[in-house]
Design a protein around this ligand. Structure first.
Ligand code: SF4
Length: 315
């Protein structure tokens, strides 16, 4: 369980290397689709307004925002990936909102429709969701696709502290997260956990504890790290404009990553080190660099400091 995969030239298990190895060097690209779902803390069943940092548009690509048809979104997303990145194979990624928040028979219709658009080129399905919208029936549905596809279930943990989860109007406790992870113990699904670092009331020591919590669960295969960023259209955005609070600089956040990566179990693959949103939606922190330049800065710093994933991990 704790055997590291080949780290390549970087000191951490990065998703690019993982995909290249898994798909024999073919270029695999995620195509994001908006299935038109909502969230229980938006529609009133658990609350209104959603998580305070969230504006779903900030992580939904332009074509998906403008084109309601699933098929149209997929065709445009595929075209963009082929023309821009020479993509050869695709993972269909239901990302915005909570993509298991509907009856199972409806979910099946949506997933089947998406998988039928260019079936020969699709290698995987990735489903973004919340811990309180997962149950045995939905897991069984997603597992039914694993004969043909790799299926990632991406679940937001965000913070391990219930005080934080309450403050950000998450509508879901850390205990609910743990219960959902337990449900996935012997699952065929690949579990990816999403976290946010930088809530201004959390200390660095508190953030280190996130990693120890993730390490406890062997079924967690991927992580996505995200720094807190403030976007237009979010409740935090309104508050921040009124009364700004400290956020990570690029240097501070990279320094944190350099502390966290050695603590992380060596077999976990890091899908993402930081979050990104469209320039027109980003309020702060604006690091003034494009995604590739941020990635390159972080990778160089990780390499310069000789950071190795798992080197400080204690089982
Ligand atoms: S962060 Fe996720 S769960 Fe929270 S409101 Fe946004 S889409 Fe919904």
């Amino acid at each position: 369980m704790t055997t590291a995969v080949d780290l390549g030239t970087l000191g951490y298990n990065n998703y690019g290397a993982y995909l290249r190895e898994k798909y024999n060097g073919q270029k695999v690209y995620k195509v994001i689709v908006d299935g038109g779902f909502t969230c229980p803390n938006r529609d009133g069943s658990k609350g209104f307004g959603g998580c305070t940092y969230c504006n779903v548009d900030s992580f939904t690509p332009e074509p998906s925002r403008k084109n309601p048809s699933l098929k149209e979104q997929l065709i445009l997303g595929r075209e963009r990936a082929v023309n821009g990145y020479k993509a050869e194979k695709f993972i269909i990624y239901f990302q915005p909102n909570t993509n298991t928040y509907a009856p199972t028979h409806y979910l099946k219709l949506m997933y089947d429709e998406a998988l039928s658009v260019f079936p020969d080129e699709v290698v995987g399905l990735a489903i973004g969701t919340r811990p309180d919208c997962i149950d045995a029936e939905k897991i069984a549905l997603l597992e039914s696709y694993t004969d043909k596809y790799h299926v990632d279930l991406e679940m937001g943990m965000e913070s391990i502290y219930n005080e934080t989860l309450t403050q950000i109007n998450r509508g879901c406790s850390h205990e609910e997260f743990v219960a959902a992870v337990e449900l996935l113990k012997d699952s065929k699904l690949d579990l990816c956990v999403h976290t946010i670092f930088g809530f201004p009331w959390e200390t660095r020591e508190m953030m280190r504890q996130y990693i120890h919590e993730i390490n406890r669960f062997p079924q967690i295969k991927f992580v996505k790290f995200h720094h807190l960023h403030i976007v237009e259209g979010s409740i935090m955005g309104v508050k921040y404009k009124r009364d700004p609070f400290p956020l990570f600089s690029l240097e501070e956040y990279t320094d944190l990553l350099c502390e966290l990566i050695p603590l992380l179990r060596p077999d976990i693959v890091i899908q993402r080190l930081f979050g990104i949103s469209d320039w027109d939606l980003l309020i702060a922190p604006n690091w003034g660099l494009k995604k590739s330049a941020i990635q390159s800065y972080m990778n160089k710093e990780i390499e310069r400091r000789g950071i190795i994933q798992g080197s400080a991990y204690v089982a």
